[in-house]
Design a protein around this ligand. Structure first.
Ligand code: ZN
Length: 232
């Protein structure tokens, strides 16, 4: 569920693989997975727009090798030395194919690093566009992702999923960090420190905002379930 707080280990378990890289195109033939970080000293310039419904994700650099001493000084690669597409290249092709009407958008699950060892599941996004731009000294890739409410079937082949998915939005990092600190990394009901979730006190569907610290709290899975049962 969007807003779940998980450890790196749980994240890897859920995706069925060890997530070593930030960009993982169609893991096991299904959705793609990207890892983001909005920390001021994060290596890439990811940003969230339109109140949390759009993520602009930066592509990734060449790996550091004896030929590439400073990956930040060279253009981000579309192809590997083998001639195959890099992860940038794969995401770029999928976005361009969607853009030119050839296929439905790829589904991307986004995890965000909140603090060391603490990740938040930012939910599902549609990969709708991509481009190259200069960062001042070299070319980088940018990918535009739109948050969606969820996908009808997570394992659906790319041609069968719902393209009319309702737009959703993510809770801004600064709000998450403040809530985490205020609630002491614990469920506000019982003090549990595992299976935590960023909960909207007034639900988003009922007009509650994601943008105010006052409307977000930490709940464990049990109290989150108890609350949603009460609302429905
Ligand atoms: Zn609880």
């Amino acid at each position: 569920m969007r807003g779940n707080i998980i450890s790196y280990y749980e994240m890897c378990q859920r995706e069925g693989t060890s997530l070593q890289r930030g960009m993982n195109f169609r893991l096991r033939g299904r959705h793609s997975v990207i890892l983001m970080s909005l920390h001021p000293n994060a290596p890439y310039q990811d940003r969230v727009e339109e109140d949390g419904s759009v993520l602009i994700y930066e592509g990734h650099d060449e790996p550091r090798t004896e030929h590439v001493r400073n990956p930040k000084a060279v253009d981000q690669p579309e192809f590997l030395p083998s001639g195959n597409r890099s992860e940038n290249g794969k995401f770029h092709k999928a976005a361009q194919d969607h853009n030119s009407g050839l296929k439905h958008p790829d589904i991307v699950r986004v995890y965000e690093k909140i603090k060391k060892g603490i990740w938040s599941d930012n939910g599902y996004f549609h990969l709708v566009d991509s481009w190259r731009e200069s960062d001042g000294s070299r070319e980088v890739f940018k990918f535009k992702l739109v948050a969606v409410e969820g996908v009808s079937r997570e394992d659906a082949p790319e041609d069968e999923h719902d393209t009319e998915a309702k737009r959703s939005r993510i809770i801004p990092t600064r709000v998450k960090l403040q809530v985490w600190k205020r609630d002491g990394g614990k469920c506000v009901e019982c003090g549990a420190t595992d299976e935590l979730h960023f909960d909207h006190i007034l639900p988003y569907s009922k007009g509650g905002t994601s943008l105010k610290v006052e409307n977000i709290q930490l709940l464990c899975a049990r109290h989150n379930l108890a609350k949603s049962a009460k609302i429905q």
